[in-house]
Write a protein that binds this ligand. Structure first.
Ligand code: UDP
Length: 340
């Protein structure tokens, strides 16, 4: 297949980036990956090769290096940038805030700088529902004000959106996609999430406990003001999230210059932590060892998306069930342990 347009995917060896690479390629685009592999590794590129049957262009480089980005953009005549490359651990960002500000903000500014120099106008940015903090109304829509961020990680996402909004004055068109809780993996288990060390996120902790790598899962808090007392989130299959990126890019192409929009990427359905654990046990048949424990600092009680704006703007909505997401997450965990 002749590929119509090259799309620069920073962080394309990461969790959401790699799934988006698959969707882009299958939609007829040529994804060009820039990733320093600091939070990922060669196995993800091998997985992409197995899924796609080709090696997409890959540059092992740091996205804070604007000159390198300019070089790659020119070499491949890039039409749009999807910027995923960022650190994303809440705990690590509390322990090492400067690392987060340096990496997440510097790389965004470098990307914008490279776009300005080369004249690339379109940007799709990885944001997060963390920008809302604990919203006053749920489901939360895009007009909800930002609350003070709970962590330096969250602050980098809030700042990044502001930087992009300011930068559209340079003639850019940009869309910021606020992910809720992406989970699961590509159905063939060739790519997925590769947590470093002990996972902070719920689903990798569940699957690592199920496989015997962790002794037990602790559910953090059962005294929240929610139906079963545990926190409520909006868990969305990573392939649904990836598909939305392609739609977002195509939407941008129809927009006038200096356009900025932020969109929620969620299912619109709140699921409690306990419900998720019970669903995992039901669909996998695994006898998961879990206990109730105290609350975790900084956790938002409940948050799920109002997905109406993304549905109308992108003509997209999530289509994969929680059961499917957890089945795929479990298959991926088993594949990693076998050595993918
Ligand atoms: N959670 C939990 N045990 C864990 C990890 C997470 O009970 O080992 C809970 C956490 O307190 C939160 C929910 O699962 O209520 C989702 O946490 P995660 O870190 O995956 O996402 P986020 O808090 O950023 O939405």
């Amino acid at each position: 297949m002749t590929k119509s347009k090259s799309i620069l995917v920073t962080g394309g060896a990461g969790y959401i980036g790699s799934h988006t690479v698959v969707e882009l390629y299958q939609a007829g685009y040529l994804p060009v990956i820039v990733d320093n592999l600091s939070r990922s590794n060669q196995s993800m590129l091998d997985g992409l090769h197995s899924i796609l049957g080709v090696h997409v262009p890959f540059y092992q480089a740091d996205c804070c290096d604007a000159q390198k980005l300019v070089e790659v953009i020119r070499r491949h005549d890039v039409a749009c940038v999807m910027h995923f490359a960022a650190f994303k651990s809440v705990n690590e960002s509390v322990a090492n805030p400067l690392l987060y500000y340096r990496n997440n903000i510097d790389s965004l500014v470098a990307v914008l700088e490279a776009m300005r120099v080369t004249g690339v106008s379109d940007l799709v940015f990885s944001s997060s529902c963390t920008v809302y903090g604990q919203p006053d109304h749920i489901p939360v829509d895009e007009l909800a004000p930002f609350k003070r961020a709970e962590s330096p990680y969250g602050a980098t996402k809030q700042m990044s959106e502001r930087i992009i909004e300011d930068a559209i004055q340079l003639g850019l068109r940009a869309i910021s996609l606020r992910y809720f809780n992406p989970i699961g993996a590509h159905p063939g288990s060739l790519i997925g999430e590769l947590p470093i060390g002990v996972p902070n996120n719920l689903v990798p902790y569940v699957t690592q406990t199920a496989i015997g790598l962790r002794e037990k899962l602790t559910i953090f808090g059962d005294d929240y003001n929610t139906p079963d007392g545990t926190c409520v989130r909006d868990f969305i299959h990573v392939c649904d999230v990836a598909e939305a990126h392609v739609k977002a890019m195509e939407y941008l192409q129809q927009q006038p210059s200096k356009h900025f929009l932020a969109l929620n990427l969620g299912t619109g359905v709140g699921v409690s932590v306990k419900q998720l654990v019970e669903t995992f046990i039901r669909v996998t048949g695994v006898n998961l060892n879990w206990v109730m424990g105290p609350r975790r600092d900084g956790d938002v009680e409940k948050v799920y998306a109002n997905p109406e704006l993304s549905a109308s703007v992108l003509r997209w909505k999530s289509s994969r069930s929680l059961e499917q997401s957890l089945t795929d997450a479990w298959s991926w965990e088993k594949a990693i342990r076998k050595g993918i």
